[in-house]
Design a protein. Structure first.
Length: 146
């Protein structure tokens, strides 16, 4: 979408989409990634794709519906996912490593008055109520989204 307001579907660009595989194991097979690389957490340049695909799977599972999953892009700012919680649109940024500046989420929050932002990454859980930032590890993605 190119706008962070309801209804999100009204702002979806039909000719622009992100392609996700429904299973990261299949993504690894398509990428011809050797299983030893997965065990060593050595995805190379695919690290971000795997993290985003994993979170997308978790969002689809947590929603338990056939709803669309939305990403957001406006100018140079881009968010991997937008989720709806208690009538609010929440920006979700996915990072495969420990660096989590989340500049695009800050832009989204400032423009659309989102109450908080979520970063899902390799970092441990951390909550900053004064900055309205919630950081969660990748393995908790489904719990965060519910």
């Amino acid at each position: 979408v190119n706008c962070g307001e309801e209804p999100l579907m009204a702002y979806a660009k039909e000719n622009c989409f992100k392609l996700f595989v429904f299973d990261i194991g299949i993504l690894g097979a398509i990428a011809n990634l050797d299983p030893v690389n997965i065990l060593n957490y050595d995805y190379g340049t695919y690290k971000g794709y795997f993290a985003e695909n994993f979170v997308c799977q978790e969002i689809a599972y947590a929603q338990k519906t056939k709803d669309h999953i939305f990403a957001w892009q406006e100018n140079t700012a881009e968010l991997e996912f937008l989720i709806k919680k208690q009538g609010q649109i929440i920006p979700v940024e996915v990072k495969s490593g420990g660096v989590t500046q989340a500049k695009s989420a800050k832009v989204f929050m400032g423009k659309y008055n989102s109450p908080y932002r979520i970063t899902i990454s390799a970092r441990p859980m951390q909550r900053s109520d004064d900055k309205h930032v919630y950081n969660f590890p990748l393995y908790l993605a489904a719990e965060v989204i519910e």
